[in-house]
Ligand binder design. Structure first.
Ligand SMILES: NC(=O)c1ccc[n+]([C@@H]2O[C@H](COP(=O)([O-])OP(=O)(O)OC[C@H]3O[C@@H](n4cnc5c(N)ncnc54)[C@H](O)[C@@H]3O)[C@@H](O)[C@H]2O)c1
Length: 244
């Protein structure tokens, strides 16, 4: 039996996690915490914490888990560099699964994107388009950022230099080295991502569309069961799924 705390329990993902955990006999949610609750007070009774909150909350959660020797699953996205550094520091003491997307389909998209970029080569222009519901607070999505990191890695370019966020005005012709990202927001879209490889005469598009948050929740719950008892360090969903 794996005992879990869901941090961000009142949120869209938190609620979905609690529902999905209730269907898995090997899991027990011992506490759901949110703004104003004392996470530290509950930690002794759990094996792992699952954090789906806001970017500025995760680093404190990670250091609390490190202090109490508890495994951590991070689904929250949008962290800045100093928040990421603080999370990485905590991973010296505890095992973490930190993934921008816990769905099996999206992790397949990550794998396919790397393969397609390798096969198609530099003659193809790279653009990523994502769409999410109107309430999402960060852009581009963490999943889109992972896709961009994969593309930059295959092309051997610095992402910060290659990235073009949308385009406006007299932008000039597209350069071969740039990687475009376009974030659409509206309605109740759970999460759509398309990677476009465009060349003269042909175009390849890889698309994933999530229609339920349960795909993320079930992946995060699987990650929580997998991570308890592992060596300290940062793992991702490719590790959990055995795709490495
Ligand atoms: N990795 C994935 O697969 C995946 C999938 C979906 C969403 N997300 C990410 O998960 C996060 C949450 O998404 P959501 O749609 O559930 O958002 P949400 O706004 O519905 O829920 C966030 C919850 O966190 C709570 N919260 C904020 N600060 C907190 C703090 N300091 N301590 C405890 N709780 C706090 C809020 O009160 C809220 O209840 C976002 O960063 C989103 O991008 C990741």
């Amino acid at each position: 039996m794996t005992k879990l705390i869901i941090n961000g329990a009142k949120g869209r993902m938190g609620q979905t996690l609690i529902t999905c955990a209730g269907r898995i006999p090997e899991l027990q949610v011992v506490a759901g915490t949110d703004v104003g609750d004392d996470l530290a007070a509950h930690l002794a009774g759990c094996d792992a914490v699952i954090d789906f909150t806001l970017h500025h909350a995760t680093a404190d959660v990670a250091s609390l888990c490190a202090a109490h020797g508890k495994a951590l699953v991070i689904g929250t996205t949008g962290h800045n560099e100093s928040e990421k550094a603080a999370i990485r520091a905590a991973a010296a003491k505890i095992p973490m699964v930190w993934a921008t997307n816990f769905s099996t389909g999206v992790n397949t998209l990550f794998w396919l994107t790397r393969k397609a970029a390798e096969i198609l080569g530099p003659g193809f222009d790279l653009e990523v388009v994502e769409m999410h519901h109107r309430l999402k607070k960060d852009a581009p999505s963490g999943t889109a950022t992972t896709l961009l990191e994969i593309l930059a890695d295959v092309r051997k370019v610095q992402l910060a230099e290659a990235l073009r966020h949308g385009r406006q005005g007299i932008t000039g012709e597209r350069t071969a080295s740039e990687i475009g990202i376009h974030a659409l927001r509206g309605g109740d879209v759970v999460g759509d991502h398309t990677v476009i490889f465009a060349a003269n005469g042909e175009r390849v598009e890889l698309t994933h569309k999530a229609s339920s948050r349960e795909t993320f929740a079930n992946g995060a719950l699987r990650a929580a069961q997998w991570v308890v008892g592992r060596a300290p360090g940062i793992y991702d969903m490719q590790d959990v799924l055995g795709l490495k």
